[in-house]
Structure formats: C-alpha cells, structure tokens
Design a protein around this ligand. Sequence first.
Ligand code: CS2
Length: 473
Amino acid sequence: MTMERLSAATRFANPVATPDYDRKALKPGILHFGLGAFHRAHQAVYNEAALSQNFGDWGIVGVSLRSLDIVRDLRAQDQLYSVITRSGAGDSAQVVGSIIRGISAVEDRDELLALLVDPAIKIVTITVTEKAYGLDPVTGGLDRNHPAVAADLANPTAPTGVIGYIVEGLARRQQAGMEPFTVLCCDNLPSNGRVVRRLVLEMAEARDPALAGWIAEHGAFPSSMVDRIVPAATDEGRARAAQMLGAEDALSLETEPFMQWVIEDHFLSDRPAWEAAGALFVDEVEPYEKMKLRLLNGAHSMIAYLGQLKGLEYVRDVMAVAEYRDLARRHMKSAVKTLDPVPGIDLNRYIDQLIERFENPTIAHRTKQIAMDGSQKLPQRIFAGTVEALKAGDEADTSALATALWIAYAKRTLDIDDPRREELRKAAAVPAGDDASAAFFAVPGLFPQALIDNRAWRDRVNGKLADIEAGRI
Ligand code: CS2
C-alpha cells in the first residue's frame, strides 16, 4: 500500500507537533541560502518556535544553490517537512511550517534576484558549508580561483555563488536607494560574520569601490554560533518518519534534542524572536564559537578519522570503545585550556554533555560524513587551538594525534572527499621519509606558520603517525 504524501491536509495518527499559527499570514522576511538538513533542523525550528509563540509573520524563503530535489519535494508537500528528534528517552515528531517556499538558484534565478531587492526581505541567512564561500586559506580573503568566485567576478550581475548573490543583491539595493539586508552567517567558521563581510567587501570592491564603501558603512554581518547534530538523511530515517507520521516525507530528517544558537545582536531591522526557542543574543559571539569549534567540532573530527581508520561507521560506535571515548575527552580537556571563560557556560559540564551527545545511541552520524572536507575544518577545529596551547607551554599531544589521524586517513583514502583533494593526494603520495608529515605541512595555507616552525610538535605528529601505522593506536 502506498502511503499518502505529507501535506497540509495530513491527519496524523500519532502525536505530532504541527504549526499552530496561521501559516497563510506568514510573509517572506528571511531569505536563506542552503536548504540542507542542518538549516531545516536548526534555524527553521527556531523560527517555528518564534512563530508559534505569536511573534510576528517572519516566513523563510529557502534557496537551494544546487539541488532541485529539495525544492520540488517542498512544493509537493505544501512546503512542509518533519524533524524527528531522537534520544534514549524516545522519539518525537514535529512538522515544521516556517519555510514558506523553496526556490532553486538554477531554475528560479530571476525570482531569487527579485527577492534580494524586495524590501520585505530584511535578513539573509546562510548555511552552505565551509567550502562554498571561496575563502583563500593563505590570505583569509577571497579566493579568486574558486569556481563560483571566479564566475561571479567575471559576470557579477548573473551570480552563481552565495557571495556573488549577496553582492548583487546589495548592489541592486544601493541603486534603488534602499537599506541593505542583514547578512547572518550560520556556518562553522570562526568569526563567521567578519569573514563573510570581508569576502563581500572584496567582491564588491572588484566591481565598484563605491559599492564596497556603501556596504562597509551601512551593512551588518553579525556572527553566530550554531549547534545541533544533524546527520545526513537516510532511507531508514525516512521510513521511521513515515511510521510516526502515517505519511511519506521525502524531506524528513533526524536530530538530537540539543540545539544552540548564539547570535551577535547587530541587526539593521527588527528580527524574529528566536529567543523563544532559547537563542541567545550577545555582544560577542567569538567565545562561544571558539568553544564549539575547538571542543565539539575538534573532538568530532578526531572521532571521525579514528572511526574511518578503525572501520567504525558511526560516531556512537567510536564512543562505545572506552579507549577512544577517553581520547575524545582528553582532547577536549586539553583544548578547553585554550579558551577564555564563556559567559553563562560551565565548560566542564559542556564537555560532559558533549560526551553524552556523541554517545546518543539513536543518532546514526556517519564518521565518513564528518571526515569530509578536512582541509576546510581542521584549521579552526584543531590547529588554531594548538598554536595557543603550545604558546602556553602545553605539549598539545592530543592535537598532534588528531592531526596524525587525519594525515593517515588522507594517505589511506584514494577518493578523499575534500575541495583540496588534488593537493592532498599529492602530499599523500610523497614517500614517508624521516619527516613523514612534511608534504602535508607544505600545503599552502593549511597549517599556521607557528606550527610549521615548531619542530618538536611536528616530530610529535610524526611519532603519532608511526604509532597509527604500526597499529599501536
Ligand atoms: C560536524 C558538524 O560534519 C561535521 O564536520 O562536526 O556538522 C557538527 O555535527 C555540527 O557542527 C554540530 O553542531
């Protein structure tokens, strides 16, 4: 028997939370780039909570830069989808209605360009993953060889990448005598607002210095720290959702109960009351970002490479090995020493909570998924903290191990999934002499100079590599 497709008319057999506000009253107020699982389980859920507590009419228009499927599926489901929250305590289902429309940058480009200049759109939010920004690892500015950046510099009025769209949208607003929109980055980059501001200004400068000046003066690029573990969706998860909903949902996804969003309170307009779901508005996001990147994401990457090298498919499988769980904890205990106090957070509790989150037996988070794009992730997750740890006289032993695990993984994985794949493949092919990691340290802009210059720490990385290769780790 085929099940009906999720829609506004679905009558649920089981308890399911559904939009309890007037969806028809929502207006497009937020334009979001990147309609993947993370956005749907994070910002859209915060927005849902704000709406359900009767705060405003902020609808999200979601832009998919590449995948047409998400947009088609949303359309086929009255722009509804489900979030299944899972833990040892049980599962719960929520149908989210705060995304009022999905559009494709490929098929609906004119509509997208029109929305960027629609005064109703006050906030542009972004989750496109680290590699989509076109960030040059050497300069920290715009990578002019990045395919989307190169295309958008050559043809700025017909953009293809997220920075190109933002610059074109702001240019049109300037020409129309309007205010800019606020740009809110929600990707795992340190000082993500500042990073995006710089990329936008550099691209605008290349096109028209007056535009760059206007953006610098009038624009707003708050930073934000986002957190929720949301594995890529699977058929198994979709089948589980269908059971709970009594309807097919091609867009359902599974996630953990925990979620966190810390946002720099710097908006050009009013904004949704995301605090309704616990979002924290602060003056300085950096302490929270550093905490999350170095503790959660740093340990996550370490666990991912361990898992990949040891044939353990999920994070929870790695955590089930006492030795590896202890290692993850040891790494966090060491990395935490590089952090300043984080307002309102007990860092020891935070670490305990992370261990529990990673252990969640109901969350099937593939180590392969996290292992992806290491060149884009390790600098902020592992290397930045290592520089500070070494400066403070620490040996940064677990960081050396995390680095060696990644190098060993790169050496063993021919089809490594990373935008710097070619360079990593070349480094991996260099025969390991006395300095087995040298070719990786020579990849431009990957390691900070302080680590490249630190012979003792590099020897430590080599020692760990030898241990891994000899099966001692
Ligand atoms: C993970 C993150 O895939 C990865 O690299 O470390 O996506 C992680 O699950 C999130 O940042 C959690 O908020």
